[in-house]
Design a protein around this ligand. Structure first.
Ligand code: FE2
Length: 402
């Protein structure tokens, strides 16, 4: 097996989603719709100006001109989409009576489209979908149509996950839908779209993917599954370690971007089965202030050090000893975490957690208070944390970083 291209094999055998990765994969859409028995009515859900800069919008327009299907466009879905953004998509779906949804953009656009398509088909209010398996439980035995995802950033892995994060502004929180019925049926990943991303966005998205892979690796409570394996997590971390510096050096290095995209999609496959825990949980409190991937990755080292008291976590950490080597005389789990923390800080452009804007005593209090609102993420922590003691433990860990 060619290590560098091992991801092709992983994707080929991943049953829930048909994954195609490479320059020009948007063209696969025409063929996909040609195969439809009925003439499809397609709603394209896209983000803001970054979609134009990436070249994805031009590819979409070109494909629409040369294909025989009815289409409708919903533009301008922002980062951190809220219930109003989802409602706008649902309105468009109702008006056009769509039979297909294609989401083109970052994870936010994909998440909004997943939520809207599920709400439209089930007839349920979006707020009734928040939580775990609400659709599957309400409609046993029924299979709903799923979106086609075209991610333009390499980070969230939303193109292969059963998750959708939507902001509930009235409640002041980000809320999660988790249901296999919203896993996209097809993911078309074109690494060339990443070339227009700034260095900051490239880092934030790659470090988000890195955090997914490491949190999944450390999630000793969830078993290895056919695809969410320790081997695949370490493999994807190595791809990011090797290729993020190359993309920093040359933003047009499409080969390196392809590997970052592959790692991000593997990260999505990992967290679909082995969810993230405290670092991601803490990152939600930064929404609107610090990019998600920067917040999550900068929170990773302190929580990782806390987890190390568990023998199984220390053993998993040593699987990364060659990926994050250190100058320390002895190879220890602590040295691996220190080396990973240095890699993250270097690429995030933030020397330490306390250098993040808005990381202060009030933020520590908010993270601790918000944590108890998400028992699912607490339950994924490899070192036991309960809703009763979570606030105390989390503030103790983070106060050391102030
Ligand atoms: Fe994330």
């Amino acid at each position: 097996m060619n290590f560098d291209k091992e991801y092709i094999d992983i994707f080929e055998h991943y049953e829930p989603v048909c994954i195609d990765l490479g320059p020009g994969v948007m063209n696969d859409l025409s063929a996909e719709f040609l195969l439809s028995e009925e003439k499809p009515v397609v709603t394209f859900v896209i983000g803001g100006s970054s979609i134009t800069r990436s070249g994805a919008r031009a590819d979409m327009t070109n494909m629409m001109l040369h294909s025989e299907f009815e289409s409708r466009l919903v533009c301008g879905i922002p980062a951190e989409p809220d219930l109003d953004d989802v409602a706008r998509i649902i309105e468009a779906l109702k008006e056009s009576q769509s039979t297909e949804v294609v989401a083109i953009g970052g994870g936010s656009v994909l998440d909004a489209a997943k939520a809207a398509w599920a709400a439209y088909q089930t007839g349920l209010d979006v707020s009734a979908l928040f939580g775990v398996n609400k659709i599957t439980e309400k409609f046993p035995g029924k299979e709903f149509r799923r979106i086609i995802a075209v991610p333009t950033t390499a980070g969230t892995g939303s193109e292969v996950t059963p998750y959708s994060n939507i902001v509930d502004r009235a409640a002041g929180v980000k809320r999660l839908i988790s249901d296999r019925q919203i896993v996209p049926r097809m993911a078309l990943v074109d690494p060339s779209y990443g070339r227009s991303m700034s260095g900051g966005l490239t880092a934030a998205t790659a470090l988000d993917a890195l955090t997914h892979c490491i949190e999944a690796l450390l999630n000793t409570g969830s078993p290895e599954t056919k695809f969410a394996t320790n081997h695949n997590a370490v493999y994807a971390v190595r791809l990011i370690r090797d290729n993020l510096p190359l993309v920093f050096r040359d933003p047009n290095d499409v080969n390196a971007r392809e590997r970052l995209c592959a790692a991000a999609t593997i990260g999505g496959i990992m967290i679909a089965d082995r969810p993230t825990s405290l670092p991601h949980l803490g990152s939600f409190s930064f929404y609107g202030q610090v990019p998600h991937g920067i917040a999550a990755s900068m929170l990773l080292p302190p929580f990782w050090r806390y987890y190390l008291a568990e023998k199984a976590v220390a053993e998993r950490t040593m699987l990364l000893a060659d990926v994050f080597p250190s100058d320390a005389p002895q190879k220890t789990p602590e040295a691996v975490v220190d080396a990973a923390a240095a890699f993250i800080a270097l690429h995030a452009g933030v020397p330490k957690l306390s250098a993040l804007p808005c990381f202060d005593a009030a933020m520590v209090g908010r993270i601790a208070a918000d944590a108890v609102k998400n028992p699912m993420k607490l339950a994924s922590a490899p070192r036991p944390v309960s809703p009763e003691n979570a606030a105390e433990i989390i503030s103790e860990i983070l106060k050391k970083e102030l």
